[in-house]
Structures are given as C-alpha cells and as structure tokens.
Design a protein around this ligand. Structure first.
Ligand code: ASP
Length: 594
C-alpha cells in the first residue's frame, strides 16, 4: 500500500465499501458522539468521515489530535446507515474505520480557524497566508485563477499564438511608474530595472519574425497601491501580433474575453463586436475613460444655452471658457428636497462649484432655480436634454476637465443611490483615439499620454504638422463595467517617426539611444507593422470571481503599503552584501543582518 494514500479525501463512494484504504489529510473538524470519535479528514479534493471506535488502538491517540494536524489513517470503507448519509458531501455515503493512525505533523494553536471562515484581520491572514489559502473560498479562487490561465493558454494556442518568456533583469521600459532597480555586483554603480511591462521585448519578438506572441508576465511598478491594483507587482496577459490593424486586435480580444467570461461566469456578456467609444466622447458622455455601461444616465453639454443667457453664474463660467453639463434623472422629480440638498453637499465635498436642479412637472418647472432660469431657458434646457415629464435635470458647471470628472463621479454616485446598475451583466467597450501626448502638470512640458510606443494617427506628417496636444494615437483601452482591463496600441515601427515622437516629448537623441537603442536598431533592420494589448490577469480573475478586493485573487499578495508579511520583505541586507554591490548605507548606521 502507498505510504501516504490510496485515494484522495474526495474520492470514495458506495462502490468502495469493503475495500481497505489509506487516506492522508488535515483534521478539519472532530466531534465525539457517545465515545465514538468522528473526524472529517480534508485534502484539496474533499472531506471524508473517519471513525475512531472506542476500544480500537487508534481511539486514544486520536482524541488529542488538534485541528489542522496532518494524519494518515488506514482501514476499511463502510457504508453509513441510512440516517447518517450526508447528501451534501460527495463522500457522504461512506466512512472509513480507522484501524491504523499515523500523525505526520501536529498543528499548534491556530491563529484563526480554517474550517469556519470567520472574519479575520487582513494582516493576520497575510502573515499566515499558507493557512488562509487552506480556507475553502480563497483556495477556490486560486484554483479558478489557474483554470482561467489554462483556458487562456488553450484559446491563444488555438489562435496561433506562441508563448515566450522575456527577461526579468533588464533595462527600464516606461509605463508611467517608477522602476524597481537591482544593483549589479559585476558592474558596480550600475543597475538592472525590473520590467514595468515586457513592452520592448514583445516588439522585438515581432521584428524577430514571431507572428503572434503571448506571455503570462510579471510586471513590476513602484507606485502607490490603488483599490484595484496591488502594489509592486502584477501579472499581465501580454500579447502582440504582427501585420495587424486595430480591428484585428479587437477581434482576437473579443473572441478571447467573450469566451472566458461565458466559460467562467453565468452572467450575460456583451456579444462581439463590443462598442467602440472615442476617448473625447467618453469624457463628454461619462466623465471618464472607464465608463460603466450597466446604466444610462449620460451627461449632456448645455454650454451653448448659457453663453448669452440671463442666468449670470453659468453665463460667466461659459464666457471664461468653462462648460455647463447636465444629467437627467428620469422620474427624479418625485425625489424629496432632502435628496437634492444631499446631492448638493456631496457635489461640494467632491470639489464641485455647486449643483443646481430643475424638475419638470405637469404644471411646469420646479426646483430652486426654476424662477431664475425663466420659462424660455427652462424650456430650451428640457428640449436639449430630452427630459420627459417628471424628470430631474441636474446642472453643474466649471472648467471643462473638472466638470467632466465631477459629472462622472456624480453619475456613479447616483447609480449607487438609485440602484441603477443592471445586475448580472458584463458590459464591455473599447475606448479608442486616445491623445498621443498630454501636458505634464508638474513640469508644464509635453509628455506621452501612455507609453511612447504607439503609432500616431497620421504618422510622421501628424507629428510634423499638428500641435502635439491635438495628435491622436492608435491606442485603445478595453473596459468592462467601469474597470479598465487593459491598454494597447498599434505600435510605431519606424525609427524616423519614433525619433520625432520622442523629440516632441523632449527626449534627446542620446536619451533615446540609451533607453531604446535596441528597439531603434531593430526598427532599422526590417520591422513589421504590429500591435497588441496586455489585460491584467489579477483584474480579469477578480471580475470572473466577482470579488472586489484584488488581494483575494492573488496567492501571495503584499499589503497595501507594499510589504510581504509572510516573507518579511522588504528587509535589510548585511553590510557585506552592500559592500559587494558597491553600496554604502545611507544613514551610516550599522545594518541589521539579513
Ligand atoms: N505595455 C502596455 C501596458 O503595460 C500594454 C500594451 O500596450 O500592450 O500597459
């Protein structure tokens, strides 16, 4: 007989009654019924009930086994009596009589229970992640992650993609975050950078003649944690394709995402082709480039109505270059005055200049500004917004960017308050036509809006002739239910266009050579047009698991302030190690040992 097990804990059934078996696993729960000891033995595959009869040599040692100890039992499979059959359990028809018991590992007092999924502080869970991972719900989410990755590999294999690993110790490749740097021992004073993404490598692979590439890639970005991103490192499904246009990338991604979301959830999924929304339109209608399309409530621009209106506050805003925007709540006129005053305070707290509202009723208009607006202007507002009787029209105004984003926040806030989101659906869309450049608020200069690798729309001519902030890029995002799943682009594959694009962002030729010399050399020796995308695996699994906290789908996540409580990272290093790397302690205090 195998020394550890003949079966798993989820395997035995009626058909095995009478056979002699051996099972190994963790002591999930035990209970004493009139002297008979029952233990639920657990492994990844399930639970099996083990019976320790009084008088048997195994009974006495079994009574003192602590929960989560690892044991091996050997004995016959017996059928449970009719009253004791547990239909909720795959092995609920049988139990195993323990004739032999071997205790492989005794568990000390647990910091938190495994069998009962009680609430436990996150730091305690992260310190004992191995124990946390034994709990059923987290364990299942990590299983789901593995299943999703396996399905991705299968699907991309079918579509002709080749999986290729690219280096971790490399040179900086910008994706808008700080680099994690690794000092070189052999080249003192020099550093490797961990990749913020394999961006340049995947482009080099296209130049190398690989037609379709993918990788489940670890990406390292030194930036502060956000709710939907874990600090330090994340995993991307990095993809690139040669000889493609934007629509070709979209078709592949739509097929992949529609397939995955219908395979792993029972929710309704947008059927391809997903809507394409230009970036500028998205900001106008939803106040964001990550629109949640599970509800309507789109913003409308009313600035032109106020340019010469008697309504002084809004007119002044429009005259000084600002905008007036509106959101229409259908049937909103029935809301209480308190509802609106609370919205007003919410808007002020959110940094808005204020919020006004107008209601449409059978007898005309209501709300505090109805009189000041006057009948004619109010009628024009209703016509412009297409607001039906009984609606509430929320109006807010100010500088364009701030007002758009306030409107976007207000839209989400109203969806929460009024439960407007359609449930049980994944609504996908593409955001297209991103600007190539953005003004850098800190330096006042021009910088790339995303990464420097996108092909500008209009190519070299656009770079030469258009004002940088007007140039659009062949760049896109995929968004689902208000979450950005990925950015991507059709790349710049021409070194002349690349140099010009960098020049506009203020990069000298030397800086381009130092940071991107390899790519530039590649582009000079025959580069195919290419493009790609890189959906975040953590985020993908989070959506498929319907789990709002990203750390719940990562096996060993860091805390929000970038510490690994289990491994004790980051940690100090010994002076000797510092010397080897040609480094000196910053504060001159002796370092604690590693
Ligand atoms: N490298 C990009 C990123 O990490 C994705 C892409 O453009 O493919 O966001």
């Amino acid at each position: 007989m195998h020394p550890h097990r003949t079966h798993t804990c989820g395997q035995l059934g009626q058909i095995d009654v009478g056979s002699q078996v051996r099972l190994s696993g963790w002591v999930h729960r035990s209970r004493n019924h009139g002297g008979v000891l029952f233990v639920d033995l657990r492994d990844e595959h399930g639970l099996t009930q083990i019976v320790f009869q009084p008088g048997s040599p195994t009974h006495e040692p079994a009574t003192s086994i602590s929960a989560e100890s690892v044991i091996t039992v050997t004995g016959p499979v017996v059928a449970r009596s009719d009253g004791n059959i547990n239909t909720a359990l795959a092995t609920g028809q049988i139990e195993v009589l323990a004739e032999e018991l071997d205790i492989a590992s005794v568990a000390e007092a647990l910091p938190f229970p495994v069998a009962e999924e009680t609430q436990v502080s996150e730091s305690l869970r992260l310190r004992h992640r191995f124990l946390d991972l034994r709990r059923q719900s987290l364990h299942q989410r990590i299983q789901l992650r593995s299943d999703v990755v396996a399905s991705v590999r299968r699907r991309l294999g079918d579509l002709g993609f080749t999986e290729i690993q690219t280096p971790i110790l490399t040179n900086s490749s910008p994706e808008g975050a700080r680099d994690f740097l690794v000092p070189s021992r052999l080249h003192k004073g020099q550093f490797y950078a961990l990749p913020q993404s394999p961006q340049q490598f995947k482009q080099l692979l296209m130049v190398a003649g690989f037609d379709r590439y993918f990788q489940i890639a670890s990406c390292f970005r030194d930036e502060d944690a956000r709710a939907d991103r874990s600090p330090g490192e994340h995993t991307q499904l990095d993809m690139e394709m040669a000889f493609v246009e934007q629509d070709d990338v979209f078709v592949v991604l739509e097929q992949l995402l529609y397939g995955l979301f219908t395979e792993f959830t029972d929710w309704e999924v947008s059927s391809p082709p997903f809507p394409r929304i230009p970036y500028a339109d998205s900001l106008m209608r939803f106040g964001t480039d990550k629109p949640d399309l599970r509800f309507g409530l789109e913003m409308q621009d009313l600035s032109s109505l106020f340019g010469d209106a008697d309504f002084r506050v809004f007119r002044q805003i429009v005259e000084t270059g600002g905008v007036v925007r509106a959101l229409v709540i259908e049937q909103g006129a029935a809301q209480s005055r308190r509802f609106f005053t609370e919205l007003e305070s919410w808007a002020t707290e959110a940094g808005g200049a204020g919020l006004a509202w107008l209601t449409t009723t059978a007898d005309g208009f209501g709300g505090p500004i109805a009189r000041a607006l006057g009948q004619e202007l109010a009628t024009r507002i209703v016509a412009a917004t297409d607001a039906g009787e009984g609606s509430a029209i929320l109006l807010f105004a100010g500088p364009e960017a701030a007002t758009a984003s306030l409107g976007g926040e207000l839209r989400l806030h109203l969806a929460d308050l009024l439960s407007m989101r359609q449930e049980g659906v994944f609504r996908f869309c593409w955001i297209v036509d991103f600007p190539m450049y953005a003004a850098d608020e800190e330096t006042g200069g021009i910088d790339f809006c995303h990464n420097p690798f996108s092909m500008p729309q209009g190519g070299l001519q656009a770079l030469v002739e258009q004002s940088p902030l007007d140039i659009l890029a062949n760049q896109y995002d995929i968004v689902v239910n208000g979450t950005e799943l990925s950015s991507g682009a059709i790349r710049n594959h021409r070194s002349d266009i690349m140099l010009k694009a960098f020049e506009i962002a203020g990069y000298s030729a030397e800086r381009v050579e130092a940071g991107f010399g390899g790519l530039m050399r590649a582009f000079a020796l025959g580069a195919p047009p290419h493009g790609g995308i890189a959906p975040g695996i953590d985020r993908l699994v989070m959506l498929l698991a319907k789990e709002p906290n990203i750390r719940e789908v990562i096996p060993f996540p860091m805390t929000q302030n970038a510490q690994d409580l289990l491994m004790g990272a980051p940690g100090s290093i010994a002076l000797e190690q510092m010397r080897e790397l040609g480094m000196r302690p910053a504060d001159r205090k002796p370092m604690s040992h590693a």
